[in-house]
Design a protein around this ligand. Structure first.
Ligand SMILES: *Cc1c(COP(=O)(O)O)cnc(C)c1O
Length: 417
């Protein structure tokens, strides 16, 4: 359940009319509901309440400082995949000992930065990376806490671009090589083996891949134990799906109910890395219709938000529900809802049935809170849009709209030109 609902035919974010948001902040604008953000975060906290755990929000899903701060205030940690995300998480007040760091390409500089700040653990993706972390930690005379990211070869049954847990993927260490890598890690002087990690993909709508993957990982944990390697942190990744259209993904409580019995009697802290399932349906992209255009055999609704603001439809052919901010009784049309970018791939929806739209009218692109703003770019030299948080009757800017001047930040014309 989310907090974007119609009241008397007008779409609201909690108790604020989206029409008023558009008037105050302009469009396009991302709007987040404080209530939904918190409810979705607490759904994990409550589901795993009886077991030692840390909910490390996946920063890449939405990296706004105010949103990270909100989760941090309620006990959340962070799952980061770059030095930049680590910087954001720390600036948002998330304690370093609740931060895990994944990614196949960590640089020496990033490793040093994470070590200096004493994060909970590195989720290491290769033997080569293990070497590098040991070397950097040695230079700093510290011990690096690590988990190995294990690729359990489980089909997450999701979109190929957001599936990560099969042999063919670049992520993690193949499960059959895990023991060898753990033994290697154990030998390194500057490395402390504290955990195990897996993340098999995103937008998962079934529990079974989570269960199958965990069973495989636990067999490995036992094998490691026999080899004198004790695992303290069990990081089960993120990936729970959301309803974009008609999917019926499991609730975090169902996930907990299926996984926790497997962990009984085990002295472990579970690390969770949810992203999409916390923020996805807590945010929308509000956009204004600029023009209507009759094509050869279809209609185009041209709006002021483009693929640079919300990339998912272009990148993954993702479905986002699009609805009018003010309901009307006009006839349903089938239209391509497109942005102003000079690319044929710039669309928010194709062949979409929607009640007739008029120039100047507002549309809400739903379920845009995850991988929305965080994937946005300045392509076509479009300033990044504003982000607003709504709480009850209150609303506040959490990121101001970029100005034209911002577009040139860091650029210079040197003499050699
Ligand atoms: C992207 C990612 C997540 C979050 O995935 P969601 O599907 O948004 O929950 C968690 N862990 C890792 C390692 C990731 O790469």
């Amino acid at each position: 359940m989310h907090s974007f609902q119609y009241k008397n035919g007008e779409l609201y974010a909690e108790n604020v009319a989206l029409k008023d948001i558009a008037k105050t902040y302009g469009t396009p604008v991302y709007v987040y509901s404080h209530e939904t953000l918190l409810n979705h975060f607490m759904a994990y906290e409550n589901a795993f309440k009886g077991f030692p755990h840390i909910t490390c929000f996946a920063v890449k899903a939405n990296s706004n400082l105010a949103i990270l701060n909100l989760f941090g205030k309620h006990g959340g940690g962070a799952d980061v995949v770059s030095g930049g995300e680590l910087y954001r998480a720390l600036k948002a007040g998330i304690p370093a000992n609740k931060i895990v760091y994944a990614g196949v390409g960590k640089t020496e500089e990033e490793i040093r930065y994470a070590l200096k700040n004493k994060i909970l653990m590195f989720n290491v993706e290769s033997g080569d990376e293990l070497n590098e972390i040991d070397r950097v930690a040695g230079n700093m005379r510290v011990k690096a806490p690590i988990a190995l990211r294990i690729n359990p070869d489980i089909d997450a049954e999701t979109h190929p671009y957001i599936s990560t847990g099969l042999k063919k993927h670049k992520f993690g260490i193949p499960i059959e090589n895990a023991l060898v890598h753990y033994k290697l890690a154990h030998k390194f002087k500057n490395i402390e083996t504290v955990g195990i990690h897996k993340h098999i993909g995103s937008q998962l709508t079934k529990i079974s891949p989570f269960v199958d993957a965990l069973k495989r990982i636990l067999l490995l944990v036992d094998e490691l134990q026999k080899n004198g390697i004790r695992i303290r942190n069990l990081d089960i990744g993120g990936g729970l799906g959301i309803t974009y259209r008609d999917e019926v993904p499991p609730h975090p409580s169902q996930l907990a109910k299926s996984l926790l019995p497997l962990l009984k009697e085990r002295d472990l802290t579970v690390v969770l890395e949810p992203g999409r399932s916390i923020v996805g349906n807590a945010g929308i992209l509000l956009t204004k219709t600029l023009y209507l255009k009759e094509g050869q055999d279809k209609q185009f609704v041209i709006v002021d938000a483009g693929m640079n603001d919300l990339m998912r439809p272009s990148l993954y052919d993702a479905y986002h529900h699009i609805q009018p901010v003010v309901k009307n009784k006009r006839a349903i049309i089938a239209a391509d809802i497109v942005g102003p970018i000079c690319e044929s791939g710039d669309f928010l929806a194709k062949g979409r049935e929607i009640t007739g739209v008029k120039k100047g009218e507002l549309l809400a692109v739903m379920s845009a809170g995850a991988y929305g703003f965080s994937m946005s770019s300045n392509y076509n030299s479009r300033p990044k849009v504003a982000e607003v948080m709504v709480k009850g009757r209150k609303h506040a800017l959490i990121r101001s709209r970029e100005t034209l001047k911002d577009l040139l930040k860091g650029e210079t014309v040197p003499e050699l030109v």
